[in-house]
Design a protein around this ligand. Sequence first.
Ligand code: GLC
Length: 742
Amino acid sequence: MRRIEFFLIAVFLLFVCGGYISIPIYLDDTRGIEERVEDALNRMTLQEKIAMVHAQSSFSSPGVKRLGIPEIWTTDGPHGIRAELFWGNFKEAGWGNDSCVAFPALTALAATWNREMAYIYGKSIGEEARYRNKTILLGPGVNIYRTPLNGRNFEYMGEDPFLASELVVPYVRGVQQNGVAACVKHYALNNNEKNRHTTNVIVDDRALNEIYLPAFKAAVTKGKVWSIMGAYNLFQGQHCSHHHRLLNQILKQDWGFDGVVVSDWGATHDSDEAIRNGLDLEFDTKDSKMPKLSAVKYDNYFLAHDYLNKIQQGKYGTEELDDKVRRILRLSFRTNMNRARPYGSMLSKEHYDAAQQIAEEGFVLLKNEGILPISRENVKRILVVGENAVRMMTAGGGSSALKAQIEVTPLQGIMELVDESIDVCFARGYKTEDYEGAKVMAGYSLEETRSDEELAREAVDLAKNADYVLFFGGLNKAKKQDCEGHDRLTMSLPANQDALIDSLLQVNKHLIFVNISGNAVAMPWVGRVPAICQAWYLGSKAGTAIARILFGEVNPSGKLPFSFPVSLDRSPAHVKGDYPGTKKGNVWDMVYREGIFVGYRWFDTFDKNGVLFPFGHGLSYTKFMYEKPSIDRQKMGAEECVKISVLVKNIGMVAGKEVVQLYVGDKKSSLPRPVKELKAFQKVDLAPGESELVTFVLDRNDLSFFNDRIQKWVAEPGEFELFIGSSSVDIRGKVKIVYTGK
Ligand code: GLC
C-alpha cells in the first residue's frame, strides 16, 4: 500500500472513531438495543453527551443532530396530552391542532378498582401522546393519599399501596406499547403541596417500604417503566431528584431500573449531587441558582457547562455522564428511534368511549336511601343546583390542566339524556372566585353579579317546586382547592355550600349531593341528605357518565380509593403526623409519625368512628350476597400457597359489578401491624341471579411486613385472618390460617 493511501485511510478512521464523520447508525436494525446504545455512545463527543443530559426548552432535551438521534419531547400529564406551549416558558402557544381527550383524573381510575380500565387508560392516552410525537408522558402519579389537604391528591391513586401498585402496572404497559415512555411520579414522598420544594420528609423505613415505595417498585419491576420523575421535596435531608439512597441504591441497584431519572421541573439544587446521585435528565432549573456561564439559560443548568468544566478540569471522569447518556439513548431506542412503534391516534371515538367507561366505572355511590336511580316516569321537574354543574374542570389545577376538545358538564349531560317531558332548571346557588384556566361553559357564563344571598334564594325558591334537587358541589381546580402547588386550608366545602344544602333540605327532602372533587370533604349534613355520590373529575365525558348513572342507565360500581375522615382532626396525618412540619432553617421537617398507619390502617386500628366513608366503600343499585368463604388448607408452609374462594351472587333486579376485596390480618406480630391490609381484589360483573366463584391465591409475601430492624420483609409464623369484604369495613366473611414458616 502506498504511503498516501495509508495516510488517507488513517485520517478517515481517525475522523470516524473520533465521531466527526457520522455513518448512519441505522445500518443494521437487527442489532439489539444495548448494542445500538453502545455504538451511539461511542460516536458522541463530550459536548454532545453534556447537551443530552439537560433541557433545551421547557419540555424538550436535545438529541444528536449529527448522528440522527432525535430530540426527546416530554408532555404533561397523567389525564391527557397538554396543549403545546412556547419553547421557553409555560404559556400555551395557541396552536389549532392540540386539543385532546380529557380522561378522568387518576383518583377516578383508582376508584374503578379495575385493572382492565387502567390498561385501556394507558393505551388510549399513550396513543394520543404518540400521535402528538411525544417521547415521554409525564405521568402517572402514584403518591400515597396521606392528608386530605394535599392539592394534588386528584392526580394520584389513593391511600393503599397495593391498589396503586395493581393499577399503575397496566397503565404503564398501555402507554409504553405505543413507543412512548411513561414517567411515574413523584419519586418519592411528595404527599403534600404546601412547601413542596422545601419539605424534608422524615419517615421510618417500615412506612417507606410498606406504604410509600410499593407503587413505584411495581411500576419499575412489573411495569418496566422507562422513566421516573424525582420529586421536589427532600427525604432525610437530601433532595429527591438527586438522592443517593432513593436513586442509586433503591431504584437503580435494588430494583434494577434501567430507565431515565428525570428531575421535576426546577427540582435540581446541587451540582455534585446531580452528577453523582442518579439524576439523568435535568429540567427547568431556575437560573438564579447557577453561575452565569452562558447567555443561553439552559447552558447554566447544573448538568450543563458547569458539569463540562468539571470534567475538563479533571474533577470527574465520564463514568457518570456515560451512564446518564446510555439511559437516555436506551429510552430513545425504545421510543423515538424504535421503527416498530405504532402511529398513535387522537380524539377518536375509542378514546372518548374509554374516557366514558372509566368515568362510569369510577363513579362511587356513597349513600342511597332509595332515591336513586331517578325514575323518569313520575318526574316532572328537576332542579340542578351548583356551580360544579356548569364549570369546566379539565382546566386549571396546575400541570395536569388540559385543552379538552370536549367536556360534557353535568348539566349538559342531564339535558342530553332527559327528554322534554322533564323540565330541567338550573340555579347556580353559590359562587367561588374564578381562577386561572377556568373557562366559561358553552351557553353559560360564570360572570356573576348577584350576592350569595340572592343566589341561595333563587335556588331555594326553585327547589320548592322540584321533584328532585341535584346539587353539584364539591371543589374545583382553584388554588387551595384541588390544585398543584397548594394545599387546602380545610376539609370544608368552599363558598356557602353547607348552608345552602341546609336551606334546600328545608323545602325539599329529595336532595342528591354529587361531590365533584379529588379529595375527601367534610359533610356536616351527611345524615340528612338521602343520596350522596363521589363523582371525581371525570374528564371529557363527565356529564354523560354522571347523568347515565343518576338516571339508572348505568349501575355504579366504583369503590373509594381513600378514606373520608369525619373531620380533619381525625385524619392520621393531622392527629399523629406532623403536617405541615416544623421550619428548620430553609426546610420544613415533616415527621410522618403515623408511620404505616395511613388511611384505613389507622381508622381500623385506632379510630373506628373517625371515618365518614371507608376505604373500599361503594354502593350499587343491586345487591350482592357473599357465601361463606372456603379455604384449601388450614396450615401454610413457607413454600406453599393458600387458596381462598367465595361465591358472590347478584340477588338484586339489575346487572351490576362488585369489587370483592381480600384483606389479611396478622393476629400476633413482633412489630405493630394494622388490623388488616388489602392484598387482593377482583371486580366481577353479574346479571341478576348470576353467581361467580372468586378465588384468591396467597403466598408468604402476602403475609409479610418490612422489619426495619433487619431491613428485610418477613412473614412470621402464627395465625392470620383472611377477610373477604365489599369494603374495608363491610366484611362478608373471614377465615383463619396458620402460617408455619417452615
Ligand atoms: C410540575 C409537576 C410535574 C410536572 C412538571 C412539568 O411542577 O410537579 O408533575 O410534570 O412540573 O409540568
